[in-house]
Design a protein around this ligand. Structure first.
Ligand code: KIV
Length: 260
């Protein structure tokens, strides 16, 4: 059965939430059994080849979210709001309404803590479901001078808890916690009533998310410590291509059964 905001919230402390990224209809369909499909702006890096997520546009995210919703109509889909599309309440409302009107996404995701709570509130009070995102926030890579692991000391853990509580108070239904020490993720998870979904944050969150091309071994140049590789996708595809090339070159493809 398709998950909803309330059924996802009810999973906290009962069943771990499985979220995986998806960017197109083909793979969304293959991943349709996950609890949540995230159309992450990570697509700008993993599939667009860019060095960060900042140049992802709203139009791109809408295009990919539509495709994912088409491929997995019975799975809950979250559209990542790209950099610069939620700088104030009015802009965020305008852009998130566009996402809701043009796609079947069940929610949007927004990076930021206390400072973004008023924006989350403006969205949730206008019937837009919001997933928060705290800790290492890829859209802050340039302002922070790199991807920095968070929650390394008591003061920072306290700040992250304040962020999570502000997001919860603003009406978000879940929070992604990225790139934080496991003890910080645990403390945040215990401090809020809504589910937390971790990436590089240890096992004490209410769910996990990974970027699909990382976990299925397609990205041979990027292998962070937190990623478990479930498949040697690169080798599978490269072997497939090798075989196809061989068959075309030697004339064995197509054969008499592969023609009209
Ligand atoms: O863009 C993305 O894929 C994300 C996940 C890594 C959480 O934000």
């Amino acid at each position: 059965m398709k998950k909803t905001v309330s059924s996802l919230k009810a999973m906290k402390q009962k069943e771990k939430i499985v979220m995986i990224t998806a960017y197109d209809a083909l793979f969304a369909n293959l991943f349709r059994d996950a609890d949540i499909l995230l159309v992450g702006d990570s697509l700008n890096m993993s599939f667009g080849g860019a060095k960060d997520t900042l140049s992802a546009s709203l139009e791109q995210m809408i295009y990919h979210t539509k495709a994912v919703c088409n491929g997995a109509p019975d799975t809950f889909v979250v559209c990542d709001m790209p950099f610069g599309t939620y700088t104030d309440e009015q802009i965020a409302l305008q852009n998130c309404i566009k996402v809701y009107q043009e796609t079947n996404a069940g929610a949007v995701k927004i990076e930021g803590g206390v400072e973004k709570a008023h924006i989350i509130k403006a969205l949730t009070t206008n019937s837009i479901a919001v997933m928060g995102h705290i800790g290492l926030m890829p859209q802050f890579v340039r302002s922070e001078g790199g991807y920095k692991i968070k929650g390394k000391d008591e003061a920072n853990i306290a700040k992250l808890i304040l962020d999570a509580k502000a997001i919860e108070e603003a009406g978000a239904f879940a929070i992604v916690i990225e790139g934080v020490k496991p003890e910080a993720a645990k403390a945040i998870t215990q401090a809020v009533q809504i589910p937390t979904i971790g990436i590089g944050a240890g096992s004490d969150t209410d769910g996990q998310v990974l970027v699909w091309s990382d976990m299925f071994g397609l990205n041979t140049e990027f292998k962070p410590k937190f990623v478990r590789t479930y498949l040697d996708g690169a080798t599978l595809f490269q072997n497939g291509l090798k075989e196809y090339m061989k068959n075309v070159k030697d004339g064995s493809f197509p054969d008499e059964n592969e023609v009209y």
